[in-house]
Design a protein around this ligand. Sequence first.
Ligand code: GLC
Ligand code: GLC
Length: 814
Amino acid sequence: MRFGHFDDERREYVIHRPDTPHPWINYLGSEDFVGLISNTGGGYAFYRDARLRRLTRYRYNDVPVDENGRYIYLRDNKNGEYWSPSWQPTRRRLEGYSCRHGLGYTVIGSTHAGIEAETTYFVPLDEALEIWSMRITNRRTAPAALSLFSAVEFCFWNALDDATNFQRNLNIGEVAVEAGVIVHKTEYRERRDHFATFACSEPLAGFETQRDAFLGAYRGWSEPLAVERGATTDTIGVGGCPVGVHHVRLDLRAGESKRVIFVLGYHENPAAESGGATLDAGVVRKTIRRYFQPDVVDEALNRLRDAWDRRLSALQVRTPEPDVDRMVNTWTPYQCAVAFSVSRSASRYESGIGRGIGFRDANQDLLGCVHMMPDRARARILDLASAQLVSGGAYHQYQPLTRRGNDEIGSGFNDDPLWLILSAAAYIKETGDWEVLEERVAYGDEPRTAEPLYEHLVRAADYTLARLGPHGLPLIGRADWNDCLNLNSHSTDPDEPFQTAPIRDGGTAESVFIAGLFCLAGEELEGIASRIGDGTTASRLRSAVVGMRTAVAEHGWDGGWFLRAYDARGDKLGSRENDEGRIFVEPQGICPMAGIGIEDGKADTALDAVGRELLTDHGILLLQPAYTTYRLNLGEISSYPPGYKENGSVFCHTNPWVVIAACRLGRAEEAWDYALRINPARREEISEVHECEPYVYAQTIVGRDAEDHGRARNSWLTGTASWAYVATTQWILGIRPTFDGLEIDPCVPAGVREYRVSRRFRGATYDILIENPDGATGGVRKIRIDGERFDGSVLPVFEDGKTHDVTVTLGGPS
Ligand code: GLC
Ligand code: GLC
């Protein structure tokens, strides 16, 4: 069952009914000012840091689900009836409800009692504010006397304090109303140099600044007293819970239409002017006023749409499969950009409080965006390098605002540093910017020691080599990619978070996954080292990779598939010897990706096992069978009920690894099939099962060990997006940046007889037509560039600003 449809032309997902199985959200703004908005107007806004600069309140774990939001109420002043045109919070019956989630904007519209209302929410480029642009039309045959109320509840900036420290919070709230602009200025008198404003383009009939005054005692957002009464109290509250509410009266003739614009903004004054200075919303009034003009708003929205079109034009495809096209052309790069910006901080599932920028997460998110935003990727790589430690290890997380590593969680996730090599390599392959390697970056724990990025990368590789276990495989430390494989904590204390529980003994538990990742990253770094003339490091890495492959072959192979790990007692995990958790997906993906087991058939055997043991209609399971009891030696993974999260769900992030592995082995039909099974657009028709948004990947889909097999959770902020993008564009469609040029190496089902890829790469556009007349599944027979025969499969770097026509014929060399 569908709840909406894709409008591919406009790059929008159009939701037809408000009661989606779960709130289906979108992001407004993806750089400094960020807003989350659901299909019924729920969500909140923050500036740069979801924890420290939260503008408006949102209640996680909320009842009714998805409160609060950007609320609008319309009231018919004749009979006192009122409703919300975005359905929430009043949830009255609406006609013609629709929500269009677009790239960086959302439009929600409906009609009730002959009054049509449509609101466009977006954050203009380079502004720290969001616009709610409304059009209200009287479709009745008689005039309508209406009241319009807008409502936001302000957050006291620090979202954690805001939700916990009430003895202080209920006494600190301060607001002002200056020339019709509601100013939220809590703590501005002392150490803060920032404040928020909420403004309306129309003359006000009234305003409200206190939640209690607006809602009335013991009432919820669905039945505010002020709206019921049709009048606000127009008082400035101190303490309590500050809100911004505008009341506007609208008298509309039959057929008349009116635009009303709200602007919610964040402002910082230069430090010198803050700290006790009087607040003057006048400094920002000019900007706000500009956006009161409908043509300025429309123009800003057009600029936003153009910016996205430009970004996305870096890679566009036309294949025979619409669900592939809509994900690759629009939604997946969009999701990658959002994940790149907010990492794992703020979504419906991430409260914006717990996690800052994750080291491994951010490095992986970058893989799906680097072609669209190379400058931001470059800056991010350098930020990440500064969260690295002198040991070569890394802080697991850092706060975006301070760029400081997060001490609370610390380091010791032994896979972390290797991901930096992958992201740096991807950046150089995309841009050819070798100079980035010379950028000097200080270490997180040694701010006075700055070294070129290249040295950071070498230290990252050496970190693994300095931590090998009894079988010559990398020690896992706190955990590897699988955050829940806590082989060294043996935690019995429910008050001890798995992520920070002390490591009891770190010297035995080894990870086959890190071994695979090391080979992948080691080869990349070897490629870099040899190209910059550091032959010594190159050959050192080459032999380390060979050694690691041997260790995997000898100690990381279980006969039918790759083992997952050795625990702290040296016992195997992910082995046929185990009663549960006999096979894990991660090493079956990463090892072949790194070229392990390709020559001797192990990789093929491992993929056969994946197909046999782990494949479901809803994707590939993380492990089988799921753990049914808590296992001290494994930790958090066995704390989830069977089929959920790391304990045997389809943990989508891993699926594209298997797709890439399949491509490396030429298993084209399988790669295509596996990619489609988790493709959210393909799952649109089972939305009542999947429950999450059909336009973005989710982190997990409940596995077959559980009743609700197929139900997705934790959508949006997941490394699935970038890996799915890399797997589809670089490995299936086979357009792959390399250090030396754009490689063409498709791996498509025989039925794909033709497709097109337009790729902007190092200053030129490659207009690529791939023809497959004989139904091959790979192999390049012939390439023509601008009509001329070209030998080889790596297209040259033109850097000439021109468009080049490339025709590729598949079917093996002729
Ligand atoms: C989450 C984390 C990621 C981790 C994965 C598997 O997605 O953000 O860092 O690798 O879970 O545990
Ligand atoms: C939990 C989750 C895992 C996530 C980790 C990060 O362990 O299961 O997916 O990576 O938390 O905090």
